[in-house]
Design a protein around this ligand. Structure first.
Ligand code: IVH
Length: 669
């Protein structure tokens, strides 16, 4: 291929991929299959690898991330990002309207009402149609440059494929984490016993400030746009600006509405009060904006916010109900969760009967007594919270809650580790919900993915004495299953096929499925990549574990404890015999990243990274790391104080020596 041909093909691929992406993310239209799409993407990745000089900043391959930002540069906004005046009162909305009428001297005017999305405000600059910079709000004057992370958000165009665009403009909007993604993330964290994330807004904001953009890419942030700024923008109203944004391929929430007067504004407020709770993102109110730009200019700004807009906030709904009692659930790890049993009550469209109380401290903090009237509230999360007690209604003589001291399922005395809030049942091998919970964890999609097994079947396998540990699943025979209620020939065969199929699950899935405390999916992957097989993990020591990226004291401790337990080793032995994967597959070691087929030696001391971090970055991007210089080595990544012998040998063999900065450039191009 000539250089010209390469360049043309790359451009064609970018156009095509962008077009299909836009159709998919903006219009919900799948014009080609996932397979065909992946093929286009793979071809582009390959060409960009072979011809890095044609790897453009707006290429859709940027979406998968891979860039590392050590510190986010502070930049000054071209137009300050102001905040909005806000109110919870309709009366103040009426006053806002009165002020406007007066200031506009009885000129006719219209409002645009939009929902107030609860995320992170972002400002994005486009130069010649290409996204050049994305900056957080910061203090309104200066924000952080988070461009690399924002590029991973699929529905933000990296290049706008339209003619006659203004040379320079800015778009403003809200980056958010969709509720299903947030809830899934917390489910995974719960399974790994990591502290839960408080709410989608903080998570979105934390995600935008992560150093590794490939993790940002996995987090599936989303973005709604609601503002367009620039000197050459030829529109006269906010409504037209929103249409233009849509037309250019930005995602705009379809919930906005033009309102002729206050009455329509109040109708809008009423119509969204409950409906907004069904949206896949948190909203905390509505924004009322004057539509015409000339009128916006006439109204101007106060010191902090525009006079032409205001936010009306919905009060978070709270109701009161009676606490009938507290029950206690035992999780897979033996963790005890107290649950408030409530007099059923309607809250924001659903009937609430129970609320999590987290732990004994929370019960004490609230000062709960059985029979109390309690206030409950619903936030972004699915599970409602008890926010307080209505002490005025407390009955005389009601008793304080006595937290249980024995496991409600097996009667074993509970323990509470120092510094932890949660009580545990220590009867790991004999407590039924722990046994069943471990099997449920093992079969889930992220682990062994045995979808022919469910909670009910596990229950019945356990009750019938057929399985007691995850390795027993692989000893099941058709006759065993046929004993179970509701199972016939076909369904039994089906179930066994599901179990058999799970033997193909990758090593990291098996490792995650074992249910080692604090080893979530990501940590399991890190361990699998680092150690390659289970025996190396069994034999490893605390110090070596601590050297693996992202593994801290707590995780290292837990891993050592898990593998020093005879029972666990016995189960692993049986799973090995059954034929499960206990080592990483060769083809998985490289993931076709930018460094595919490149071999590195890493030597010396580096400015921004630990040596181990660099090694794992290389591996993550498909490269190989070896310790000695030979003719097979492509690059020496050299820091300060690199050994002179290595240097000499490299020079003799003609191996390229590159510095940290060059390496980052290769990763980021
Ligand atoms: S317009 C001059 N529209 O609310 C300010 N803001 O309190 C113009 N927000 O920082 C902002 N949804 O993060 C506007 N539909 C919407 C919004 C919205 C959420 C946020 C935004 C801003 C804050 C202002």
């Amino acid at each position: 291929m000539t250089q010209e041909e390469v360049k043309n093909e790359i451009h064609e691929l970018i156009e095509k991929i962008n077009y299909y992406n836009e159709q998919y993310y903006q219009k919900d239209a799948s014009l080609i299959s996932d397979y065909e799409f992946d093929q286009l993407m793979n071809r582009l990745i390959k060409l960009e690898n072979d011809y890095p000089e044609y790897k453009f900043a707006y290429s859709p391959t940027q979406r998968v991330g891979g860039t590392i930002t050590k510190t986010f540069e502070t930049v000054t906004h071209r137009f300050p990002m102001l905040s909005l005046g806000n109110t919870y009162s309709r009366k103040e909305i009426e006053e806002f309207d009165k002020r406007i009428r007066k200031l506009l001297a009885d000129e006719p005017y219209e409002y645009i009402c939009e929902l107030k999305f609860d995320g992170v405000a972002i400002s994005m600059t486009y130069e010649n149609g290409i996204l050049s910079r994305a900056v957080t709000r910061g203090d309104g004057i200066r924000g952080d440059d988070v461009t690399n992370n924002v590029k991973t958000i699929r529905n933000i165009p990296l290049k706008i494929g339209r003619k006659n665009l203004p040379g320079l403009f800015e778009v403003r909007g809200e980056v958010f984490m969709p509720l299903p993604i947030f809830n899934q993330l917390n489910k995974e964290r719960e399974a790994a016993e990591l502290p839960l994330l408080a709410n989608p807004r903080n998570t979105a904001s934390g995600t935008l400030k992560m150093q590794d953009s490939s993790i940002v890419a996995q987090r599936r942030l989303d973005c709604y746009l609601y503002g367009l700024l620039g000197e050459e923008i030829a529109v006269a109203t906010h409504e037209e600006a929103v249409h233009l944004l849509e037309n250019w391929g930005f995602k705009v929430s379809e919930t906005y509405k033009k309102c002729k007067g206050l009455e329509e504004v109040f109708q809008y407020i009423d119509s969204w009060e409950l409906k907004r709770l069904e949206l896949p993102l948190d909203t905390d109110g509505i924004v009322i904006k004057i539509n015409r730009y000339d009128q916006q200019r006439k109204l101007g700004f106060t010191a902090k916010s525009p006079r032409w807009a205001i936010a009306y906030k919905y009060k978070a709904k709270s109701v009161s109900t009676v606490l009938k009692g507290i029950t206690y659930q035992v999780g897979r790890t033996g963790a005890i969760t107290p649950v408030a049993e409530l007099e059923p009550v309607l809250l924001a469209g659903t009937t609430v009967k129970r609320a999590s109380l987290h732990n004994a401290n929370e019960i004490r903090r609230l000062g709960l007594r059985i029979g109390d009237h309690v206030f409950i509230k619903k936030g972004g999360e699915i599970i409602p919270k008890i926010t307080g007690v209505d002490f005025d209604q407390r009955q005389a003589g009601s008793a304080e809650v006595n937290y249980i001291s024995r496991c409600p399922e097996c009667g074993t005395e509970l323990i509470r580790n120092e510094g932890e809030a949660v009580h545990y049942c220590p009867n790991v091998t004999g407590c039924p919900p722990q046994i069943k919970g471990r099997i449920e964890h093992f079969i889930q999609r992220n682990a062994m993915d045995i979808n022919t097994l469910g909670e009910k079947t596990i229950e019945s396998l356990y009750e019938n004495g057929l399985v007691h540990s995850v390795s027993d699943l692989y000893k099941l025979e058709k006759e065993d299953i046929l004993q179970l209620e509701g199972f016939k020939e076909l369904s039994s065969r089906n179930l066994l096929e599901g179990i058999e199929g799970s033997k193909n699950a990758a090593f990291e899935n098996v490792l995650y499925g074992l249910g080692i405390r604090f080893v979530g999916r990501t940590v399991a992957e890190k361990l699998a990549r680092h150690y390659k097989n289970i025996d190396s993990i069994i034999q490893t020591g605390y110090d070596e574990l601590r050297e693996v990226p992202e593994i801290g004291d707590k995780i290292a401790d837990s891993i050592i404890r898990y593998f020093s337990n005879e029972e666990n080793l016995k189960i692993i032995g049986e799973l090995k015999k059954a034929g499960l994967n206990f080592s990483i597959r060769e083809e998985e070691i490289s993931d076709g990243g930018v460094l595919e087929n490149r071999t590195f030696v890493v030597s010396g001391v580096f400015e921004n990274f630990e040596r181990e971090e660099l090694k794992s970055l290389i591996k993550k991007h498909g490269g190989k790391v070896v310790s000695s210089v030979s003719g097979n080595v492509d690059y020496i990544l050299a820091g300060e104080h690199m050994g002179p012998a290595k240097k000499q040998k490299a020079e003799k063999l003609g191996v390229k020596i590159i510095a940290e900065q060059d390496f980052l450039k290769i990763l980021n191009t």
